[in-house]
Write a protein that binds this ligand. Structure first.
Ligand SMILES: [Zn+2]
Length: 70
């Protein structure tokens, strides 16, 4: 269904705010361990752990919106 693919592409190209959560000390991503209190950034679409340097989710391609005043 091409129509669905187009809708998904538009949804991914529309920036979404990443999910920011505070690590409980048990969050790991590969060999990276997030200490308690550290802010973990997650993709709002698939939940993959990202960093603030990501403008797109490397897993699902969701564009991310960073509300940071200049
Ligand atoms: Zn994602």
């Amino acid at each position: 269904m091409p129509g669905i693919d187009i809708q998904l592409a538009i949804a991914k190209a529309t920036p979404k705010k990443p999910i920011l959560e505070e690590s409980d000390g048990k969050v790991t991503d590969g060999n990276v361990h997030y200490c308690k209190g550290v802010t973990v950034v997650r993709c709002p679409r698939c939940g993959t752990i990202l960093t603030r340097s990501h403008h797109y989710c490397w897993d699902c391609g969701q564009k991310l919106e960073w509300k940071e005043g200049k």
